[in-house]
Design a protein around this ligand. Structure first.
Ligand code: NAD
Ligand code: MG
Length: 409
């Protein structure tokens, strides 16, 4: 084995390895075994999928947060003669995020469960590939400060933010808060599967219909967020934090074809856009290889076949989550964390048949309405706000039966 060649490889840890982003990340890595080495794979409790990934990529570590699942994985890998060390519990994620063999962390756990490990990776100065937008939305400036103080390289993986990152000046810095010349950001939104539905029709949609996104194949939580457009709301907050611009300088434009992934408008009138087929392997490959580029297995964009690219204004009456997120972004402090936590509870309730589709926005609005703003300068403060909003939302769900069309009875 050529030792010097081995040293040059980037050690990658993938948190949320069994999810949509995790699988796409492994697909890109498999194309470049000379450049990337999988050091750690972590997920919640999917033994069979993580086992198959361990067999293929032979990571040094594998972690399952669920202890029973971790025990089973350990036995099965030992049975196969694999030397992968199996860890369990949420603390294992933090341990791996800061491990010296890990250069790059793919933060692709869904929801608040990803916060601690993503924050640890930032504090330990890793290259942080941020897919888990919820962790940034809830911790805000605290997270950006950890990136700064830890000397981390923060590269957005969300396709819109990765597009903006690509359209900003290539000055060798991933994120520059004092970047000059930017007038505004234009976040594109596909509009989700219900773009043309009326409020009455939206009241009757099912979880499976909400998860059938016309352009992107994603996990169920983000699919529902795309259907309510809360995803775009979370992305608005994400963009504001990542690029250091107020929400008033970030516009959302609906673009059903999902080919223009977002745009940056400069003071001189130039608008730079990043285009490509809707395939998450493009932003993932860019994050892994930045500032270079590697192939990602993505089909070439055929603009002639695409035919036309359309743009329209979002409708905040049918999709009130976008308005709620903008209000939370403008109010700042603990509001984004409350928005995120209430939304996680609401989406879960919708997916489990406890809440109608329009009830998601109603519940989030209700919790935001009863919240008294507080500071979120420490992880403990963030967690306390998150817990408060979750319990309030759960209490509200129990107290008020919300009908399929979202009206409280
Ligand atoms: P997914 O549901 O497909 O996968 C989620 C992953 O998180 C799984 O590996 C699961 O095991 C893990 N996980 C869930 N709960 C956990 C817990 N408590 N502890 C540890 N691990 C846990 O989701 P996804 O679509 O891959 O999305 C992941 C993240 O990336 C989300 O934050 C999402 O918003 C973001 N994102 C996804 C896409 C996409 O195209 N899928 C695009 C942009 C951003
Ligand atoms: Mg996105």
């Amino acid at each position: 084995m050529n030792v010097s060649h081995e040293v040059a490889k980037q050690g990658v840890a993938i948190f949320g390895a069994t999810g949509s982003i995790g699988v796409n990340t492994l697909d890109v890595i498999a194309r470049h075994p000379d450049q990337f080495k999988v050091v750690a794979l972590a997920a919640h409790r999917n033994v069979s999928q993580l086992k198959a990934q361990c067999v293929q990529f032979k990571p040094t570590f594998a972690a399952l947060v669920d202890p029973t699942a971790a025990r089973q994985l350990k036995e099965e890998l030992a049975g196969l003669g694999l030397s992968t060390q199996v860890l369990s519990g949420a603390a294992a994620l933090d341990e791996l995020a800061g491990h010296p063999d890990v250069d790059c962390v793919m933060a692709a756990i869904v929801g608040a469960a990803g916060l601690s490990s993503t924050l640890t990776a930032a504090r330990c100065g890793k290259r942080v590939l941020l897919a888990n937008k919820e962790s940034l939305v809830m911790s805000g400036d605290l997270f950006m400060q950890a990136v700064h103080e830890g000397g981390a390289q923060l590269i957005p993986i969300d396709s819109e933010h990765n597009a903006i990152f690509q359209c900003l000046p290539a000055d060798g810095k991933p994120i520059d808060h004092s970047r000059k010349g930017v007038k505004r950001l234009l976040l594109t939104a596909s509009g989700g599967p219900f773009l043309r539905k009326s409020v009455a029709e939206l009241g009757a949609v099912t979880p499976d219909e909400a998860c059938a996104h016309p352009r992107w194949k994603m996990g169920r939580k983000i699919s529902v967020d795309s259907a309510t457009m809360m995803n775009k709301g979370l992305e608005l907050i994400e963009a504001s934090l990542l690029f250091g611009l107020p929400a008033s300088k970030i516009d959302v434009v609906v673009h059903p074809q999902s080919i223009v992934h977002s745009m940056v408008e400069y003071l001189d009138g130039s608008v730079l856009a990043q285009l490509g087929n809707p395939d998450m392997r493009t932003p993932i490959a860019y994050g892994l290889s930045w500032p270079d580029r590697v192939s990602a297995g993505v089909e070439s964009l055929d603009l002639v076949r695409a035919g036309s690219l359309e743009f329209e204004a979002p409708d905040e009456t049918r999709f009130p989550c976008l308005r709620l997120a903008r209000q939370a972004a403008e109010a700042g402090r603990s509001y984004p964390a409350v928005l995120n936590a209430a939304n996680e509870i609401a989406v879960d309730a919708f997916l489990n048949g406890r809440l109608g589709f329009m009830g998601i926005a109603s519940l989030v609005e209700k919790i935001l309405g009863v919240h008294t703003a507080s500071q979120v300068e420490t992880l403990e403060q963030v967690m306390a706000v998150d817990l408060w909003a979750r319990s309030e939302a759960e209490r509200e769900l129990g107290r008020v039966r919300i009908t399929a069309c979202g009206a409280a009875v």
